[in-house]
Design a protein around this ligand. Structure first.
Ligand code: BGC
Length: 247
């Protein structure tokens, strides 16, 4: 008589993740630090852990805070990290909302060494974009949070570090001065919505994108009627996009 096959109570999700790699997705923001582990299909395997960004937000303080929230998340095979500034080859070039101490900081190498896992660090809007773009024509991502993130994709290929945020927008005000969180808090949501509308009207005829995806923590405050080619994406995409960086 053939031996009875052992039955297991493994769920479908567990079965799927057994074959794939687990990615620790980190989002370093000016207001909050977030992390979660996702499977190779971009499905969250843990809750999203969050902690306020320490002030002053030096590399040492931010990394210590990150360690705290990452420790309980369990095992993972690789790391993706979105950073709020220009990142070139894993090295931080600018960090307008965190401080000058980041200039030249080897963030990718540091995370890689700290966890002993391969790591990729990109501008935060770039990571978010990887999670949402369709891969057709010119697609743009604008994130509305502490700062204004911006990412450009052509046929799914990321054009890194397009820093519209600090470009002059109106008078002495930059795009970020106009739609960043400090301005929203100052003028209120109603007026801030009008500002976002103006920014969209300015950007559309310059880049002529097929689609613009709006994300970031403040996207939830949007009340304006958006043009047909503009949609609001969920903020969690910023973390889930981290998986697609590897494909
Ligand atoms: C930075 C961008 C970043 C954005 C959102 C801006 O101040 O210059 O690189 O993507 O904030 O964090």
């Amino acid at each position: 008589m053939p031996a009875k096959r052992k039955t297991t109570t493994r769920t479908k999700t567990q079965a799927k993740t057994r074959t794939g790699l687990k990615t620790l997705a980190i989002d370093i923001g000016g207001t909050g630090l977030k992390a979660l582990v996702v499977d190779d299909a971009g499905k969250a395997l843990t809750d999203r852990a969050r902690i306020e960004t320490p002030h002053p937000a030096t590399p040492k303080a931010v990394l210590a805070a990150l360690m705290k929230i990452i420790a309980p998340l369990g095992v993972f095979d690789r790391i993706s990290c979105g950073f709020p500034g220009v990142v070139i080859d894993g090295v931080v070039n600018t960090a307008p909302n965190l401080g000058d101490a980041w200039r030249g900081f080897q963030l990718q190498a540091t995370l890689q060494k700290s966890f002993g896992k391969p790591c990729m660090v990109l501008n935060d809007a770039g990571v978010q974009g990887h999670g949402v773009v369709e891969g057709k024509g010119v697609e743009m991502v604008l994130t509305l949070g502490t700062g204004m993130g911006c990412a450009l994709f052509l046929d799914g290929k990321y054009v890194p570090n397009l820093e519209l945020a600090h470009h002059p927008f109106k008078g002495k005000k930059t795009y970020e001065d106009y739609v960043g969180n400090a301005e929203r808090e100052k003028v209120g949501n109603k007026k801030w919505n009008k500002h976002v509308k103006k920014v969209l009207e300015q950007i559309q005829p310059i880049f002529n994108p097929r689609h613009i995806y709006l994300g970031g923590g403040n996207a939830k405050h949007l009340k304006i009627d958006l043009p047909k080619n503009v949609t609001v994406t969920e903020n969690i995409q910023g973390l889930l996009g981290g998986v697609r960086l590897w494909s």
